[in-house]
Design a protein around this ligand. Structure first.
Ligand SMILES: Nc1ncnc2c1ncn2[C@@H]1O[C@H](COP(=O)(O)OP(=O)(O)OP(=O)(O)O)[C@@H](O)[C@H]1O
Ligand SMILES: [Mg+2]
Length: 217
């Protein structure tokens, strides 16, 4: 489902964030991406979602070479990929409900069905009672859950998450991991970057460890 073949990513300025990285993640896996700060975890996730393109090598998602997509094709790829990034990218001038419905509006889903989906997603992350709240009034952990609701509302086949437990206390981080494991059980393929692989080891079917842009054997 996700295959990297000899992928090198060099940023402008010369940093090699990934060096000849090759791996495959099969449909239905829960893969953990670990490694110290600067190892290339965020870069790897961005390549999956075509936010960045490889300098060399190929990234296949669902058999599609995502490094070679035209601008117009990228939104279609993203419909199948839910993304939770380090900086939540919430819209602070809209309430919780409006934040989550946005991806469904973009694809033109009728309001009634979209609203149903939004409430189901908010319920999954335990935020249904806050649907009218402004994001700024939510705690860090609640904002993170809001970002997850928005990422899953489209029922993507793949969910990528960058340090989703970063700012959370251990108990809540464990709950969030259980939530990811539950998504995985209904068939979602997950790729989760974390500094704390111990947390996720239980649920993971694969651990990819990066150091200085090199995938460790
Ligand atoms: N847009 C960019 N332009 C130039 N260099 C970048 C860019 N993004 C990342 N880098 C560099 O690429 C390397 C890998 O960065 P990346 O963000 O992928 O690491 P990371 O493993 O996610 O780190 P962290 O755990 O701190 O989030 C770092 O040396 C970083 O400085
Ligand atoms: Mg990162």
């Amino acid at each position: 489902m996700i295959t990297f073949s000899q992928v090198t990513k060099r940023y402008r300025g010369g940093t090699e964030a990934l060096k000849e990285v090759s791996f495959t993640i099969e449909t239905g896996e829960l893969a953990i991406l670990s490694g110290p700060s600067g190892a290339g975890k965020t870069t790897l996730l961005k390549l999956i979602a075509a936010i960045e393109r490889p300098t060399q090598g190929s990234v296949l998602v669902h058999g599609q070479n995502v490094g070679k997509l035209t601008r117009g094709a990228v939104p279609y790829l993203r419909r199948n990929i839910g993304m939770v990034f380090q900086e939540g990218r919430l819209l602070f001038d809209r309430n919780v409900f409006e934040n989550v419905i946005l991806p469904l509006r973009i694809i033109g889903m009728p309001h009634k069905e979209a609203a149903k989906r939004v409430r189901a997603a908010l319920d999954k992350v335990g935020l249904l009672h806050r649907e009218k709240a402004q994001p700024i009034t939510l705690s860090g952990g609640e904002q993170q859950r809001l970002a997850i609701a928005r990422a899953i509302v489209n029922r993507p086949a793949i969910l990528i998450a960058d340090e989703p437990t970063g700012n959370l206390d251990p108990e809540y981080a464990a709950q969030l991991m259980d939530m990811f494991a539950a998504f995985n059980q209904v068939g979602v393929t997950l790729v989760i970057a974390t500094h704390d692989p111990g947390l996720a080891a239980r649920a993971a079917s694969r651990v990819l460890h990066l150091r200085d842009g090199v995938l460790q054997a």
